[in-house]
Design a protein around this ligand. Structure first.
Ligand SMILES: Cc1cc2nc3c(=O)[nH]c(=O)nc-3n(C[C@H](O)[C@H](O)[C@H](O)COP(=O)(O)O)c2cc1C
Length: 201
């Protein structure tokens, strides 16, 4: 019989992730939806950076970024990514590994439109991950796109979402004397059913 109860109860890992994030929203000082996103470059060198998780869907995790950025190039080269989110206030983490596709349709348009005007213009102005001569050069670019795109800028074609469809999701919660609880949902392919296992800490 499974001893997966309490905060680990239920078989849907996306529901558990949503419930843990809701708890973190009440206890974290800021950015409870921050994830450390990991990719690998064309030479096999790993890379990591924080991004904000914007959606936990029925079967995927979605974040937004610039499609010409280093992370986007690394994702599109291999089609895979991993992330970890950790909440100090809850002493819990969630780890995810999966395959990645673009979200560059109406959902990306709607999320872009929900952002503040300054953020929408900032997305147009920033050639993310490219060298920048100075802060002044960036502000000049912001002024330029403000004049050219006006108060209702369309989503830039080079900016949108990525959707991570997991083959592995692990939930970890701190336990006394480093005897933590870990449960891992794993499947070979996205279309396979999950196999759920408790792991040694
Ligand atoms: C808390 C936090 C949240 C961030 N959220 C995002 C985000 O949602 N999208 C994004 O493109 N960059 C975000 N960034 C900036 C990235 O960490 C990174 O500097 C940038 O995306 C360039 O990464 P790259 O050169 O590996 O593509 C965030 C940074 C921090 C510290």
């Amino acid at each position: 019989m499974s001893d997966r109860t309490g905060i680990f109860a239920g078989d849907d890992p996306f529901a558990i992730a949503r419930s843990w994030l809701a708890e973190a929203e009440a206890s974290e000082p800021n950015d409870p939806n921050a994830i450390a996103l990991s990719t690998v470059d064309a030479q096999g060198m790993p890379n990591a950076r924080m991004v904000l998780l914007k959606d936990i869907e029925d079967a995927a995790f979605v974040f937004y970024t610039n499609y010409t950025s280093a992370k986007a190039q690394e994702i599109e080269h291999g089609g895979k990514a991993a992330f970890v989110m950790h909440w100090k206030s809850l002493r819990r983490q969630i780890r995810v590994r999966g395959t990645v596709t673009r979200e560059d349709g109406p959902q990306a348009d709607a999320y872009y439109a929900s952002r503040s005007l300054k953020s929408r213009l900032g997305a147009w102005a920033s050639q993310q991950s490219q060298p920048l001569a100075s802060r002044a050069a960036l502000m000049a670019e912001v002024a330029k796109v403000t004049a050219s795109h006006g108060p209702m800028p369309a989503r830039p074609p080079f900016w949108g979402g990525f959707r991570i469809a997991p083959v592995e999701i692990e939930f970890w919660a701190d336990g006394a004397f480093r005897l933590h609880d870990r449960f891992c949902w794993r499947r070979e392919k996205i279309s396979d059913p999950w196999s759920i296992k408790r792991l040694n800490p």
